[in-house]
Every structure is written in structure tokens, then in C-alpha cells.
Design a protein around this ligand. Sequence first.
Ligand code: DHB
Length: 391
Amino acid sequence: VTTEVGIVGGGPAGLMLSHLLAKAGIDNIVVEKRDHETIRTTHRAGILEHGSVSLLTESGVDTRVLNEGHRHDGIDLRFGGESHRIDFRDLVGESVWLYPQNEVFVDLAASRERDGGDVRYSACDTEVLDITTDTPKIRFTESDGTPVEIRCRILVGADGSQSICRKAIPGDVRTDHFIEYPFAWFGILTEAPPSAPELIYARSDHGFALISQRNESVQRMYFQCDPSEDASTWSEERIWDELQKRVDGPDGFELKRGPIFEQMVLPFRSYVCEPMRHGNLFLAGDAGHTVPPTGAKGLNLALADVRVLFRALDSFFSTGSSDLLDAYSDTALERVWKAQNFSYWMTSMLHTREDATLFENKRALGELAAVVGSRYGQQYLAEAYTGWPDR
Ligand code: DHB
């Protein structure tokens, strides 16, 4: 088969790009190795920048995010047992939306299906070939064993952090920037009422905790743990005690407990592939970069890549000019590095290290005090968290 844009990866980035291209009359096919159900039930982050919400609603994907999501006008930074509200609306006039990434996937998948989009789920042994020619190809095997070759004009790798597309870029033309962290997140889903109306990012002597929500009856929480921790050995009581220790304070704040129905360890790192383009292959989302989860930038950064890439592809297919495609990697990477900095900064400021000296711990508290004690400090955090405007 032949198409204009071949997209490897049917997560939010791949499907969003497919949707925008189809609306602009640009033919495309998406190839995804997982099935719909697996993606739908994989829990990821839950915060959408205002720009991500506009992309979904203005492109006609759905307004479910507005009806079923929750607008959050701020977050709490909690340290020394005290909460400090960062008021996004007052500081930068923006908000974010609490709406889980798997719901974004559900909306996008439904929208592609409704519009007759060509999305091949459960693809096996996917390969990309001829990426530096004008007819790059995707080869894969359908779940029924049929071999397929898709010939396209442009190839997009939106296939996540384990990207096969990225691996097709020769090592001598790409730089892999990455750092590891000596901690991971222990994430839970619990059937309980919300403990707070907004997210709480807490630093304590016992480590980081994040109190997030899903809806009136389901809550999402995380705490910093050792990357080698075995989540299945933790009793519910031990988990609740650990979370509570990290938010304890003189104000007597108490988490509302309930049955825990999911518990897992989520390792993370910071990674950037530079450049995000080779020949006629373009990387978008986690295929090109991953961020640590503190600050919820992952999905938002993926959708920001897609906005930039869509404009470049639209210009290429309507005018034949490759100027915007040639600028894609630099344009996307400018935002990527800002988000890398923000995610690294939030992570380092809020997590504790076992080998930290008293000086380092006091310094981090000084940093937090400097942020919450200054409108300028708060404003930087609010602007980064709610999302920088596109260039
Ligand atoms: C959630 C996850 C994050 O990494 C974050 O920074 C905020 C919220 C969440 O799953 O709700």
C-alpha cells in the first residue's frame, strides 16, 4: 500500500498527528504494535496543559475532556509540613486540566475510527526501511500473519520510549543525551474520596510524594522509592503509612484512605535524541525524548511536537516547501530542552537522595522557600507547569 505519511505508533502522539493530517486531506496510515485494550488500560499521567486541551477541542476530537476532566487553577507545594499554593490563574492567567492520558487515547482512537482513519493495531515485527530516500517504508505483519509493506513519502516515529524508528537513525548522526535518577515512583490507584481539591507535590525528610486525583471516587498517588522496590510485597497499610509520613505536618493534614486496586513501581529517566529527524524520518513524543514525571510534561511535550510537525507537513504537502520540515528538529528541541530543565528541576528539588548531606537537604528547602516566597519564582513554575506558548 501507498500513503503520504506513515506513522509508527498509535498512542496519543501518533493518533493526534493522524487526525490532524486527515482533517487537512493528507493521507496517512498508523501502525501500532499493541492492541486497543492494552493501551486503554495502561495508566499514565493525568495533567493536560491548556495548549493540549485546545488542540483536542479545537481540532474536534472531543469535548469529553471539558465535561469529564477537572480544571485545576493551581497546585500545592508542600515542604516542612506546610502547604504553599501556587495560583496559576492569578500568576499567569492559565489553568491545567486533570484528565488521564488513557482517556485522551480513547477519545483520539474513537475519533479516528469515526472518521475512517487507517489504524493497524497489533502489528508484529515492525521495521522501517529506506529512511533517507523519498520512499521510506514500514514493514510489519498483521495479527493474522499477513505481511504488509507501506510505502510513504514521510515517515513519523511516534512509537514511544522503546522506539524502533529512533534505532533506525545511525549512531554516528545522532546523540543520545540521558541521565538516570537513583529513585523511582511507587504509584497507586485507590478507591477513596479526594484528599485535597488540587495536586500536592510534597518534599519531606522521608522523600517525595504526589497526591493526585482521578474523580470523586478514585485517587492517584505516588511516592519516591528505590527503583528495585518490589511493589507486590507492600501491604495496603504499609503504603498508606508511607504516603502519610510524607505529607504529615503541624496542620494535621490526613490522607483519606481506601482500598488500593493498583500498585506498581515506575522507573524513569531524562532522555533526548538529537536531532529528532534523519532524512525523511521524523520523531515525535517519547520516541525523541522522555522526561521524569514530576511536572507532568511527557504527554504535553508529545502533543507540542505534533503541533509543530503537523504545521510543517501541512506546508510541505500543500506548497512543496520543506522549510518548516527542515526547521522541525530545532523548533521541537527548543521546547524539549525547556521541559527537560523544568522536569529535572522539579524532580531534584522535591526528591531526597540517600547520600545527600545536611547541606544539600537544607539547600533544597532554601530553593523551595525562594520559589514560594517570590512572585517571580512562583510565576516561573506556573508558566512552565501550565505550558509555554508555541513559538
Ligand atoms: C499525575 C502524574 C504526574 O507525573 C504529575 O506530575 C501530576 C499528576 C497523575 O497521574 O495524576
